[in-house]
Design a protein around this ligand. Structure first.
Ligand SMILES: [Zn+2]
Length: 92
């Protein structure tokens, strides 16, 4: 995602907006969760359970094994977006 020079680029800090809560976050899951959803959307860890139907965002990155734990059959995981590579927030 080579988007540089976003508005007000005085900071190094990059955030991306969560599709659900609209807040800028440093880490989001790229996924689809709605029927007939064509484009990937980004959702934060807090909102992830509400789009997937799963209880914990810990299931988000489990791949095909984790999919069995996700009640929303429309859910597809497309990767994790991080503002800073290698700087992963601790799991709760
Ligand atoms: Zn959110």
């Amino acid at each position: 995602m080579p988007h540089k020079g976003r508005k007000g680029g005085a900071h190094d800090e990059r955030t991306r907006e969560c599709r659900v809560c609209g807040q800028g976050k440093k880490m989001l899951f790229r996924c689809k969760w709605r029927k007939d959803q064509r484009q990937w959307d980004f959702v934060c860890r807090v909102c992830w359970p509400s789009v997937s139907g799963a209880e914990s965002s810990r299931h988000a990155t489990l791949g095909s094994d984790g999919m069995a734990l996700i009640p929303n059959t429309h859910y597809r995981y497309g990767g994790t977006w991080k503002a800073v590579i290698g700087d992963v927030p601790p799991d709760d």
